[in-house]
Design a protein. Structure first.
Length: 570
């Protein structure tokens, strides 16, 4: 009695196994499709050739769906025509042997069903039995001796680029939904690749133009040597514009003549002697009229211009661009070619942009030269002023004559030993020169008093760091040098003045200077005592390490002192 149940169970198991097999087959199919699309995407990512992209999609379409042959046609929207670009035949195909047309162009209106596919972006299946076939489509199927042709359109952003024709020798082969989706996906990927590949040349040209402009920009920003920048410019112009020669003539503001500055691609050296007046020749006219002069063929020009170097260079095409910056003519960029030249608008724009960059480079170089001269004069004036202030103070306090210059030199050596940067050393030197500038505010009867100062007089004397701050802080270029005049009487243990700073609170420059200042004072004669011997002075410095002085600065000063002793011994 259990047998029927057993049969039912077996039947159910068979049904379940059948469903599992179908699910597995569907999973395998999807995996195959995804793998195919991934491989195709990888292949397209590595090509920039439209034909290589088409070949890749053709090979995968044929391999996946098992077509016998495949053709690719491009669509030319301007003329509404289709053009055969690519054919692929498998070894089992005999149609390729019978084909007499390897390429050609036909009106799309002769292929109405294909036209519907292109306009709507949908896959079309052409059968010999279809009543809506166009005459050309019927002839195509008759030549094939097959029953169906599948047309897969290739569109990019809704615009038709072309289509694939899949031919199969099996009668009435109609691709199912999954195959159609895959074919459409392959065509869509190919459309993107083909469109991008067709844009590569334009992108490459634009990239080369941008690279050229960047090269000139870098030359302008990285070098203020006008000769180097202009040589880079003429090299870039000849390469980017694909011309034989280029040169730059600069306008001499004194003589008002255009004179040679840079060249590239010339056969003779006659250009070096060029001196043109404004309005003279093509270059002079470009400068005078402030516009580009274009002569695509000098043989047809009514005026050749008096520049003798042109005659010796066999020049055919000539262009001159005035170099104008901030409303002033700086010179002329000349571009020359030894064959006729018919440049497109993009070429002309690039030439003008390169000319504008050349004008900027010239203007920058001139401004930098003027600024450099002014800065040199200003720096000399600053240094002379500082030295004058230091001398004025020493003349007032004769017992310290020469002290400021001496301690400034020694403090710079110590700061260099401390690994200060060169820019910091400038401020250290200025601060050392002006360390006692505040004493200008101390009355003579206190400053020059031969005996000991009273507590009240010491209170006035100790104001000189504050006087220095009040005098120097309003001067912007001296503010970075204030650390020494303001804080050089602070002590490591916090007992100094004017702020009672302690340890690392004291600026480094002031800590360095404090050791040098005391050392130089002890080693110099004063009205109230003779100079100390070197050993005694050094013993005092060591004894004050950790009290008056930063111990690490004392160690650094030891190194400077030993270097000086060694140098003297040599």
């Amino acid at each position: 009695m259990a047998l029927p149940a057993t049969i039912a169970e077996v039947s159910e198991h068979k049904r379940t196994l059948s469903e599992l097999e179908r699910a597995l087959a569907e999973t395998q199919r999807r995996l195959t499709e995804q793998t195919l699309l991934y491989e195709f995407g990888q292949a397209l990512a590595q090509t920039r050739d439209p034909r290589a992209a088409i070949a890749a999609v053709v090979e995968r379409m044929v391999r996946h769906v098992g077509a016998t042959a495949l053709c690719y046609y491009t669509y030319q929207a301007a003329s509404d025509e289709i053009c055969l670009e690519f054919e692929y035949f498998t070894p089992r195909s005999t149609w390729g042997e019978r084909r007499s047309v390897l390429n050609g162009t036909w009106p799309l209106s002769d292929y109405p069903k294909i036209g519907v596919g292109l306009r709507t972006g949908t896959v079309q299946t052409l059968r010999r039995s279809d009543p809506d076939l166009g005459p050309a489509e019927g002839e195509m199927l008759a030549e094939w001796h097959g029953q169906t042709v599948t047309v897969v359109p290739m569109t990019f952003q809704g615009l038709p680029l072309g289509y694939f024709e899949l031919w199969d020798s099996r009668a009435e082969r109609v691709y199912g939904g999954a195959d159609l989706r895959l074919l459409a996906s392959l065509a869509s990927q190919a459309a993107v690749a083909v469109e991008h590949a067709q844009q590569v040349d334009e992108i490459r040209r634009r990239a080369e133009s941008l690279a050229a402009l960047h090269t000139v920009d870098v030359a302008i920003s990285s070098s203020l040597d006008l000769r180097i920048t202009l040589q880079m410019l003429t090299d870039t112009v000849t390469k980017t514009l694909a011309v034989d020669a280029a040169c730059v003539l600069l306008l001499n503001p004194i003589s008002n003549l255009l004179e040679y500055a840079s060249r590239r691609g010339f056969h003779t050296g006659a250009l070096r002697h060029t001196r043109l007046q404004l309005g003279e020749g093509y270059a002079g006219r470009a400068a005078l009229e402030r516009r580009m002069v274009s002569v695509p063929n000098l043989a047809d020009a009514s005026e050749f211009g008096p520049a003798p170097f042109l005659r010796g260079e066999a020049v055919v095409a000539y262009f001159a661009v005035p170099l104008i910056a901030r409303g002033k003519v700086k010179g002329v960029l000349e571009v020359l070619h030894r064959r006729p030249l018919a440049p497109d608008p993009n070429w002309m724009v690039l030439l003008e942009v390169l000319g504008a960059q050349a004008a900027i480079a010239i203007d920058n170089a001139e401004m930098f030269k003027d600024l450099e001269d002014q800065n040199t004069e200003l720096a000399l004036a600053y240094e002379s002023t500082l030295a004058g202030w230091a001398r004025a103070l020493e003349l007032r306090d004769k017992e310290t004559l020469g002290h400021s210059q001496h301690v400034a030199d020694m403090t710079v050596r110590l700061a260099r030993e401390w690994k200060m940067g060169e820019r910091e050393l400038v401020h250290v030197r200025r601060g050392a020169l002006l360390h006692d500038i505040g004493k200008m505010g101390v009355p003579d009867h206190i400053l020059r008093k031969p005996g000991a100062l009273t507590p009240e007089e010491w209170a006035v004397m100790r104001m000189h760091p504050q006087y220095a701050y009040d005098m120097l802080s309003p001067i912007p270029y001296l503010r970075p040098a204030l650390d020494i005049p303001y804080f050089h009487h602070e002590k490591w243990d916090g007992t100094g003045y004017p702020k009672g700073l302690k340890g690392d609170q004291i600026p480094v420059a002031a800590r360095l200077f404090a050791v040098v200042d005391v050392w130089d004072a002890l080693r110099s004669d004063r009205p109230y005592r003779p100079a100390w011997a070197e050993e005694r002075a050094w013993a005092h410095i060591l004894e004050q390490a950790g009290k008056h002085f930063d111990p690490k600065v004392v160690e650094a000063f030891r190194g400077v002192r030993l270097s000086e002793i060694s140098a003297c011994a040599r």
